[in-house]
Design a binder for this molecule. Structure first.
Ligand code: SF4
Length: 445
């Protein structure tokens, strides 16, 4: 159980010296209990108390990092059960498998298919971040060779999947410097797998069929000297798995039950690609830190990655684009100029429809704190003064020689005041930006 503020207070120096930035030791203890302060903020604390409190100050779920350099990924360190309570921190890592039974051309084709699973969505790059090499051959040398080929061929973080400590040791020897995630140890291989993890410094997956067994296994691995652990609940139906993952999340976050205080990894079985995608979305919602799929169908991966992107966006921060002037196509001084808000979805919807019109244009993005046109207008974040200031700030008068500004149809009501504030002719565009291609082609001749 986590220590309460009073438990922590008993171990503090009680000098009220304020060096931690708090007015009293009690105030600091309360902050520490709520994980809003760090133990190191108190320079007066004794080593003995520090050790006792370190466990209480540690996050309830450990952060696990694997991969290296640009391919480094992290998972875990979540603090809440529900996104609206705060936010989720580390998006579910989506990984695809490569079997070590593949060789030659077939292996290269699979590597290229995996590598291609990178996408752009509303101005953000999303893609798979890891590759799970599966030791289906049962051969240690083959496994090591394929792991090496996949590492070089994809440049992504590796997950090494084998039940054989010998195969794991051979592969870890070959690609250990790239800090792969070793998946993993079962009760009967815990010591041997922990030795591979300890020797290489790589994180290790604990695999078991029940929560109780997983808790025992993670304790066993930790006792063998491995701190960085990921948990996999194996051999269950999807319903059981979701129930189990949810229970594990509650036990780790609410009860601070340390043996389960690690991120989780789920394998989505083989079979129909669409079904894999649907299962993976469920697992990403509740509460897999890493999901491994067999499919490399872009049509399945893109919706999955989009769902993960949405689940892990900060609910208190709308996704925004930078307020500035964007050129669509190659506009010139005679091209249309229009404005919109800096809510990412609004901007990219507009940009895509301007592109579809084939009329090169300028889009002035006005800072409305990431809100959409109607929300910004009703909250007075979008009015004639805000638009006029943005036009001045971004010097739009130098971009075009005409003095016409197209405004969103939803805020037609501001056209009069905007004309007065800017001395520009205001043209009211369509309410829906899907009508914009026709509007631009008809009006801007
Ligand atoms: Fe108390 Fe330590 Fe803060 Fe000083 S720095 S007020 S001793 S908690």
């Amino acid at each position: 159980m986590a220590l309460t503020g009073l438990d922590i207070f008993k171990l503090l120096p009680k000098g009220n010296c304020k060096k931690c930035g708090m007015p009293t030791c009690l105030a600091f203890a309360m902050q520490l209990a709520q994980k809003r302060a760090k133990l190191d903020d108190c320079p007066e604390i004794s080593e003995e108390a520090k050790q006792k409190l370190a466990a209480a100050a540690a996050p309830p779920m450990r952060k696990i990092v694997f991969g290296s350099g640009d391919a480094q990924v992290q998972t875990g360190q979540e603090t809440v059960l529900f996104r609206h309570d705060e936010k989720f921190h580390n998006p579910t890592v989506i990984a695809a498998t490569v079997s070590d039974k593949l060789a030659g051309q077939a292996l290269q084709e699979r590597i290229q298919s995996v590598k291609a699973l990178q996408f752009e969505r509303v101005g953000t790059h999303i893609g798979i971040k890891a590759v799970a090499v599966v030791n289906e051959s049962g051969l240690a040398d083959t496994f090591a060779q394929v792991c090496s080929a996949v590492k070089d061929g994809t440049g992504l973080a590796l997950i090494l999947v084998s039940d054989s400590p010998q195969a794991m040791a051979a592969a870890a020897k070959r690609v250990g410097q790239s800090m792969p995630l070793l998946a993993g140890a079962r009760m009967n291989t815990a010591e041997a797998m922990a030795k591979v993890a300890k020797d290489t410094g790589c994180p290790l997956v604990a695999r078991a069929g029940s929560i109780e067994e997983l808790a025992d296994l993670s304790e066993k691995i930790k006792a063998a000297g491995v701190e960085n652990i990921v948990l996999t609940l194996d051999a269950l139906t999807l319903a059981d798995q979701l129930y189990g993952l949810s229970r594990m999340r509650v036990l780790s976050l609410k009860k601070v039950f340390r043996p389960l205080g690690y991120p989780t990894l789920s394998f989505v079985g083989q079979g129909d690609a669409s079904r894999q995608g649907a299962i993976a979305v469920s697992l990403a919602c509740k509460y897999s830190g890493i999901v491994v799929l067999d499919t490399v169908e872009p049509g399945v991966l893109l919706p999955l990655l989009t769902a993960v992107m949405n689940i892990y966006s900060d609910p208190q921060k709308p996704v925004q684009v930078e307020p500035k002037v964007y050129a669509v196509g190659e506009p010139n001084e005679n091209s249309p100029l229009m404005f919109t808000t800096n809510f990412s979805l609004t901007y990219y919807s507009l940009e895509s429809d301007v592109e579809a019109s084939r009329v090169p244009s300028y889009i002035l993005v006005v800072d409305t704190e990431g809100t959409s046109v109607l929300t910004a207008y009703s909250g007075d974040k979008l009015n004639e003064k805000v638009v006029a200031q943005a036009m001045l700030k971004h010097d739009v008068a130098k971009l075009v020689k005409h003095r016409k500004l197209i405004i969103p149809g939803y805020v037609a009501v501001m056209s009069g005041k905007l004309e007065e504030a800017t001395n520009w002719e205001v043209m009211v565009g369509p309410r829906e930006c899907s009508m914009l291609p026709k509007y631009l082609q008809d009006v801007w001749k």
